[in-house]
Ligand binder design. Structure first.
Ligand SMILES: [Mg+2]
Length: 251
């Protein structure tokens, strides 16, 4: 932590749901707590210090729930990195339109899933996510079987991602590892902190380099070298980092 706080150019890259914001039943209601907000705003305001939110959510949705206005200094990577927003002065990656007919595919899948209760399909720019958070275990298992069967038939070559009560299919292969690489290059970071709570975050955690710090939030097998219990502890860690770096930069 001390060496991170001292690195010449620091990138603090954070997953959103379950890492900064506690997990909630209604995804659109997820918000980060006051302590996390204060810590990332403090970090983002420091010189040679960049904060990025790296999420599976689509960019516009991530902007909304993270309450990050377009002119903010905070960088955003949506759709696991397939959509990047970096403030002026950094290189911007453009996103291409999807090649598949996502609307028709999600409608057909939603139709197949309509026999199940509390299961819903969320359309994404390059695919869709099936949510089973509110379904019982039997319903969730059946939903996953239906989605995977649908994928075998109609989504050849798409990337599957599992997560907390979700299964996602995307025609784009980008993972959070690629997002971290792009962000590290865009800001010229000399060290990176990445924190996440889910399977898709492990792509990024595995891609970290010597001198970086990986943090896993909650339980699960991980490539991270540090673990915190939940979003509250994560906010505390970020506050400590912000304090340390503020002190180092002013001394
Ligand atoms: Mg998460």
């Amino acid at each position: 932590m001390q060496s991170l706080a001292r690195t010449p150019v620091l990138l603090v890259a954070l997953d959103f749901d379950g890492t900064l914001a506690p997990l909630v039943d209604v995804p659109s209601e997820a918000r980060m707590g006051g302590r996390a907000r204060a810590a990332i705003d403090q970090l983002a305001a420091l010189p040679d210090t960049h904060v990025a939110l790296v999420s599976g959510r689509m960019l516009a949705d991530l902007r909304l729930v993270s309450e990050t206005p377009p002119d903010s200094r905070i960088l955003l990577a949506g759709s696991h990195g397939a959509q990047l927003h970096v403030p002026a002065g950094h290189e911007v990656a453009h996103d291409a339109p999807p090649s598949a007919d996502i609307a028709t595919l999600s409608a057909d899948l939603a139709d197949q899933l309509s026999i199940l209760e509390n299961v819903w399909v969320e359309r994404k720019p390059y695919g869709f996510v099936v949510h089973t958070r509110l379904a019982d275990e039997r319903g969730a298992t059946r939903a996953h079987a239906i989605v995977d069967g649908f994928a075998r038939e109609r989504l050849q070559g798409w990337r599957r991602r599992g997560g907390h009560d979700v299964v996602e299919y995307s025609e784009r292969p980008e993972g959070k590892d690629g997002a971290i690489r792009a962000l590290r290059d865009a800001v010229g970071a000399t060290a990176v902190l990445f924190a996440g709570d889910d399977e898709t975050d492990e792509d990024a955690l595995r891609a970290l380099q010597p001198g970086d710090l990986g943090v896993r939030v909650g339980s699960g097998v991980t490539a991270a070298t540090m673990r915190v219990e939940n979003a509250t502890e994560m906010a505390e860690l970020l506050s400590r980092l912000a304090e340390l770096r503020t002190r180092n930069l002013s001394s």
